[in-house]
Design a protein around this ligand. Structure first.
Ligand SMILES: [Zn+2]
Length: 85
């Protein structure tokens, strides 16, 4: 039985931290599954992931570390505004 706790801020913060590792294939299977469940129910984190993926695709790299620091900062700032709204 699955019941959803309303701890969005903490969960989203963790999800954002995991997304880079997720894209790098560095997550443990349990963490990966947990993140994918969250992405399925959280449009903010799903959009965040989509934007990072689009940026990586545009850069022609599969490595999230290839993101320019200012682009990453911009995405994080955008994400934080979502959370506050
Ligand atoms: Zn989220």
């Amino acid at each position: 039985m699955l019941f959803r706790r309303r701890r969005r801020d903490l969960v989203c913060q963790l999800a954002v931290e995991l997304i880079t590792d997720y894209l790098e294939g560095a997550l443990l299977p349990d963490d990966r599954a947990r993140l994918e469940v969250h992405l399925a129910v959280c449009p903010h984190c799903a959009e965040y992931l989509a934007q990072i993926r689009a940026t990586i695709a545009a850069a022609g790299s599969v490595d999230a570390e290839a993101l320019a620091p200012d682009v990453r900062d911009e995405l994080v700032g955008l994400y934080r505004r979502w959370q506050q709204g």
